[in-house]
Design a protein around this ligand. Structure first.
Ligand SMILES: [Mg+2]
Length: 376
């Protein structure tokens, strides 16, 4: 079997109804009027089997990566990864948009392998469990929102069965001071009680001295982890914060490849790594990252899309928990207008991965017809 085409398809879907107000984390303000664009990277074979995954930079994938894949056996994934990384037109640079583009292609190859072999991806990666714990991500700052709104949102996730929820902190750039952040964490802990795990996520908001101060102030509310307290390039800062607190430090959604994670892990800058399969180099690379982490007794809790995240957590023994936006979340782009069916069900905060080939998703081509942006 040979790869005969690699393409990036783009779909523009109707704008989502929610959220209705601007909302933000520590660094990015999002406005509800933003267009809803879905891209997929699709790999086709001479035997008519195709694989795909979400995301894709057309310029990089169709012009630079595609020629490296044509004619290759799609099951030779390590070979293709190496060819994409080192081959032809580039030096081995371990960070940036090219690695993100490679990640899409690599993940589409895993979907394709699953469809060729009739197996779900987590099992092809080794297969450790078919059940993974999930946490509800949310707790954004909402323009004009109150602490009561935050409590209402977090309580709703718990009512839906989640036993772990995540909220944002570090919003000083948008006028939220540290005192307010501490009050928000306190209010959520008091509302949810001691039995629920609460993650706090600063999205790189602080320098080490500020993150240390914050960690000290919220330690009494027992956060499950403190995510991205400092800038992604501040490994020494992360070590300082980690040494100053009993709260586990989680990070890595902005880190790339085994080389970037090697430094985070070997220097013990974090307790939990959050490699994103769509950013860090694809599942081929994330598998290596999780293995390096395992050698240091560090757990893996991927950032980003929960379908691929579930497969990754299920594949590795040190897979801890998967991030997801619950179906009731205003921050979830749940309405895909029938373009594909979400293969994942969450019950009582747990995901049982369906026994479907690849990632278990098929595009409905009749619906795709309606929303696809045709190339000029
Ligand atoms: Mg985060």
């Amino acid at each position: 079997m040979k790869i005969v085409d690699v393409k990036v398809r783009e779909f523009i879907l109707p704008k989502p109804k929610a959220p209705s107000k601007p909302y933000f984390n520590a660094i990015i303000m999002r406005r509800p009027s933003m267009d809803r664009v879905i891209r997929i990277t699709q790999i086709e074979t001479d035997e008519g089997i195709t694989g795909f995954w979400f995301g894709g930079n057309r310029e990089i994938i169709e012009k630079r990566i595609k020629p490296k894949l044509l004619g290759e056996n799609p099951l030779m994934i390590e070979r293709i990864w190496q060819k994409m990384y080192m081959g032809g037109d580039r030096k081995p640079i371990p960070k940036g948009d090219y690695i993100v583009a490679m990640s899409c292609v690599d993940n589409a190859l895993w979907d394709l392998a699953g469809k060729i072999l009739g197996q779900p991806v987590y099992r092809l990666l080794g297969g450790y469990s078919n059940r993974v714990r999930a946490y509800a991500a949310g707790g954004y700052y909402i323009e004009g929102g109150s602490i009561e709104d935050l409590i209402e949102e977090m309580s709703r996730y718990v009512d839906e069965g989640f036993t772990a929820v995540k909220m944002k902190v570090g919003g000083w750039r948008f006028g939220v001071d540290m005192k307010t952040d501490v009050e928000r964490v306190k209010a959520v802990r008091e509302a949810l009680g001691d039995g629920i795990d609460i993650m706090v996520d600063a999205n790189n908001a602080w320098n080490a001295y500020e993150a240390k101060r914050f960690a000290k102030l919220v330690e009494t509310y027992n956060p499950y982890w403190f995510e991205e307290p400092v800038h992604p390039d501040d490994i020494d800062g992360s070590i300082e914060v980690k040494m100053s607190t009993t709260i586990p430090i989680a990070s890595g959604e902005n880190e790339f490849t085994r080389y970037g994670f090697r430094d985070l892990i070997a220097r013990r800058a974090v307790d939990i790594i959050q490699a994103d399969p769509n950013i860090a180099g694809g599942l081929t690379e994330v598998r290596k990252i999780a293995a390096i982490a395992a050698a240091y007794h560090i757990d893996f809790a991927p950032h980003g899309n929960y379908v691929i995240g579930s497969h990754a957590v299920a594949a590795f023994p040190n897979g801890l928990i998967v991030e997801c936006f619950p179906k009731s979340s205003p921050y979830r782009d749940s309405d895909v207008h029938g373009l594909y069916k979400d293969p994942i069900e969450i019950r009582n905060g747990w995901i049982e991965i369906p026994d479907k080939p690849g990632f278990g998703i098929e595009i409905d081509e009749q619906v795709a017809e309606r929303y696809e942006v045709r190339k000029k």
